[in-house]
Design a binder for this molecule. Structure first.
Ligand code: HEC
Length: 398
């Protein structure tokens, strides 16, 4: 859902639907999984040397020590998903954009809350600091971009009224770029709000934006799988190509030499492309995901699994990461026993093993009743025959 490359170009972060942040070496293929969020991770950024921050659907922000991969602070206070993060140029403040409609300011390195700024009339999607760190710019589903003074933690003005929700912004010295739900892609004068360039194409929504480290180029990713690159000198389009065969380009950042893009979408992988793709680079997410496959071609049990479970569980210990533990060897397996998976205290402490009966009860009553306090979503499978077919499918395939 988000990607970031470190300033020295040696590492990358990927924020994922599987509740984890991947911390990658771009020199090898090593990855360390930063586990701690209790729901999908929407955004991740590098802080000063050796530290990172991530925000997620669990309403929290986690500060990570990258040397050992431990969570060093968990910042609570937002009442909605944390969709965007930014660090001040001097590294002393973290700003957070939340779907609760507020903008958080947090002192670094400890993460103490400095302020929660309210005023937007909708969820806040993205945030950026001015180059001098004195102001914060925020993009909201209420269609506005607002400016806040950091020192007083108060709103000073509305810079943009776009009419449609604004998803992403990039803040520079004298200009600001933004991308909106209706596909609107504009560059505006940061003082007057006048439109410098309108780069809107017929694709929507805009989901990701990145500025190259040398400042020469802006990349824009959208819901239809395209990446467009734009010269910040002439504001002309320098490249435009389909990056994802299916679905959105949520995550985008330049590598440190400004020649390539790190990108991600609905696929299980992140990709690095030449920023100016000559179209010989592979397209991501070309395969149908299991949960999108033709339901008529499956047995009822498989259909139940694909639709209701596969987004969070793999059937075997295949190393694929999901929000829930893998289900390999499930029957007879003691509850809460997959090595390396971080269970809730509830499931970790369950005194039984999984069987036809316990799985049946899990979805007859629903996890919220059968094992209250677990991280599983509320979900019942009402028809006994659907539960029986699911259990038979799991037995054959786990
Ligand atoms: C949105 C994600 C999600 C969906 C959908 C989901 N699960 Fe889960 N499941 C989880 C999580 C997270 C856990 C770990 C719960 C905890 O630690 O509290 C879990 C735990 C389990 C466990 C216990 C595993 C163990 O090792 O003890 C079983 C069994 C299970 N799920 C089966 C299913 C089945 C079958 C379905 C589909 C009908 C399903 N789940 C749908 C997220 C999900």
């Amino acid at each position: 859902m988000d990607a970031a490359v470190s300033a020295d170009g040696r590492h990358a972060l990927t924020a994922s639907f599987d509740n984890s942040v991947g911390y990658w070496s771009l020199e090898g293929e090593d990855v360390r999984w930063l586990d701690g969020h209790r729901a999908a991770v929407k955004t991740a950024i590098f802080l000063t040397e050796g530290f990172a921050a991530s925000g997620g659907d669990d309403f929290t922000i986690t500060l990570w020590n990258l040397k050992d991969g431990t969570a060093q602070a968990r910042l609570e206070g937002h009442k909605g998903q944390v969709a965007g993060l930014a660090v001040s140029p001097d590294g002393s403040l973290l700003a957070s954009a939340s779907w609760d409609g507020s903008v958080g300011l947090w002192a670094l390195p400890d993460g103490a809350n400095v302020a929660m700024m309210t005023g937007h009339g909708g969820v806040v999607n993205d945030v950026g600091f001015s180059q001098d760190g004195a102001q914060v710019y925020t993009a909201s589903a209420d269609g506005t971009i607002r400016v806040w003074r950091v020192a007083e933690a108060s709103e000073t003005r509305q810079l943009v009224q776009h009419g449609f929700g604004v998803n992403k912004l990039v803040v520079q010295d004298d200009w600001l770029a933004y991308g909106a739900v209706d596909g609107g892609t504009r560059i505006i004068d940061i003082e007057s709000g006048d439109v410098i360039a309108d780069l809107t194409l017929d694709r929507r929504p805009i989901l990701s934006m990145a500025l190259s480290p040398d400042g020469s180029e802006l990349a824009v990713g959208d819901g239809e799988g395209f990446v467009m690159t734009v010269s910040t000198d002439s504001w002309s389009i320098t490249g435009d190509y389909k990056a994802a065969g299916k679905g959105p380009v949520w995550a985008l950042d330049y590598t440190s030499d400004s020649t390539s893009l790190l990108a991600g979408g609905i696929d299980d992988a992140a990709y690095i492309w030449p920023a100016h793709n000559d179209l010989s680079a592979p397209i991501m997410a070309t395969e149908e995901r299991g949960f999108l496959r033709d339901p008529d071609a499956m047995s009822n049990g498989e259909r139940q699994f694909r639709r209701k479970c596969s987004i969070c569980h793999s059937l075997t210990d295949d190393g694929a990461r999901r929000a829930g533990p893998h289900l390999g060897g499930l029957f007879g397996r003691p509850a809460g026993s997959v090595d390396g998976y971080i269970y809730s205290d509830t499931v970790a402490g369950l005194p039984f093993a999984w069987s036809d009966e316990t799985i049946d009860q899990l979805f007859d009553l629903g996890p919220d009743h059968f094992i209250p306090g677990s991280k599983m979503p509320m979900q019942r499978i009402v028809k006994p025959e659907d539960r029986a077919d699911l259990i038979a499918f799991l037995k054959d395939n786990t």
